[in-house]
Design a protein around this ligand. Structure first.
Ligand code: NAD
Ligand code: TYD
Length: 348
């Protein structure tokens, strides 16, 4: 079986490739990634010499390149992780989000139609549902929750989801969609909350918390997400959407405090900065369908997963230092210079 994994040089895609090659002896994995700022080829070093693995540098928006890969490899399954994935960047510059996340998905699906691919799986996000109020902890996102995206990022993912379901109905393309909550774990690009706070804390730099840090995210260890996708591509029903999450809701500020504690750093590093525009308040997944239909449950407790993740960033300094020596410094300056520091009371 040949699985084409797009965006495999990024955070979740690389973890998924390691998972597949580890679990299945007879699996061939072809990774297509254009290596944007978020893609890192060194992440894939451990599998580069594996005869079951092939890396192709190409954009999913480039239909000629994608058709060439399909001709060469005739994948049985396509799993699409490739995306622009950072909300703050989508607020700065939406257009590349629409190109990659919507048009790139269309290019991949057209290739699947042309080559008769057995399954197109889209790695979507719970952010397509918008947000939930902080004071209604009885509410959760189900697969029936209407799409109501807040940011250009989540709107582009929601648009792709609609297009995928349209390809299912119109062309009978065998599709599945997973909508997962926030992931954490090894190889996450340090622009996202958890790795950014870990590496800033390791270097005694300010820890920029948006607003009052009251926003809630539902955290899942990346390997549990990989197992969920594997369950869906094997036993999921074509045309169906599956919500993936582990009922692990936490306030941003509590996560940052936990990281300070684990690293023995003072909470005085925490700096409250201007809030994100349109900042979603709370995400919370109801994973009942994954559990009932596919027998999937998260296996990693947050307390263990976050310890392993902090330890990983502590030990793999060379991985994130090489990233930080590139464009990262300029991007970081640009993103955070306009966020004025606020007193905690300003943000409440
Ligand atoms: P990431 O930003 O770490 O990685 C994205 C990868 O896609 C990078 O390797 C990048 O080079 C590649 N890429 C970008 N544009 C491309 C293009 N045009 N052609 C080919 N490759 C391209 O992202 P991630 O956090 O690993 O997220 C992967 C997927 O999972 C995304 O689709 C995202 O929407 C979804 N998702 C992420 C989370 C999360 O918490 N990180 C949660 C739910 C869903
Ligand atoms: P992020 O990791 O960007 O994921 P998402 O916005 O897709 O959920 O952010 C997680 C939460 O952390 C979100 O509420 C925004 C907040 N946040 C900060 O407070 N400071 C930061 O520097 C970053 C990057 C995020």
């Amino acid at each position: 079986m040949t699985i084409l994994v797009t965006g495999g040089a990024g955070f979740i895609g690389s973890n998924f490739i390691f998972y597949l090659l580890d679990q299945y002896r007879d699996c061939r994995v072809v990774c297509v990634d254009s290596l944007t700022y978020a893609g890192n080829l060194s992440t894939l070093d451990p599998v580069m010499r594996d005869p079951r693995f092939r890396f192709v540098r190409a954009s999913i928006t480039d239909s000629a390149a994608i058709e060439w890969v399909f001709e060469e490899e005739t994948p049985d399954i396509v799993v699409n992780f490739a995306a622009e994935s950072h909300v703050d960047r989508s607020i700065e510059n939406p257009s590349v989000f629409l190109e990659t996340n919507i048009l790139g998905t269309q290019v991949l699906m057209d290739a699947c139609r042309k080559f008769g691919t057995g399954r197109f799986h889209q790695v979507s996000t719970d952010e397509v549902y918008g947000d939930l109020p902080l004071d209604r902890t009885d509410l959760f996102f189900t697969e029936q929750t209407p799409l109501c995206a807040s940011s250009p990022y989540s709107a582009s993912k929601a648009a792709a989801d609609l297009l995928i379901l349209a390809y299912y109905r119109t062309f009978g393309l065998p599709v599945t969609i997973s909508r997962c909550s926030n992931n954490y774990g090894p190889f996450q690009f340090p622009e996202k909350l958890i790795p950014l706070m870990i590496i800033n804390a390791l270097e005694d730099k300010p820890l920029p918390v948006y607003g009052a840090g009251e926003n809630v995210r539902d955290w899942l260890y990346v390997e549990d997400h990989c197992r969920a996708i594997d369950r869906i591509i094997r036993d999921g029903k074509v045309g169906e959407t599956y919500n993936v999450g582990g009922h692990n809701e936490m306030k941003n500020l509590d996560i940052v405090k936990l990281i300070c504690k684990a690293l023995g750093k003072p909470e005085s590093l925490i700096t409250f900065v201007e809030d994100r525009k349109g900042h979603d308040l709370r995400y919370a997944i109801d994973p009942a369908k994954m559990q009932k239909e596919l027998g999937w449950f998260p296996q990693t407790q947050f307390a263990d997963g976050i310890q392993q993740t902090i330890q990983w960033y502590f030990e793999r300094r060379e991985w994130w230092e090489s990233i930080r020596n590139g464009e990262y410094q300029n991007d970081y300056q640009r993103m955070y210079q306009n966020r004025q520091e606020m007193n905690q009371t300003d943000g409440v």
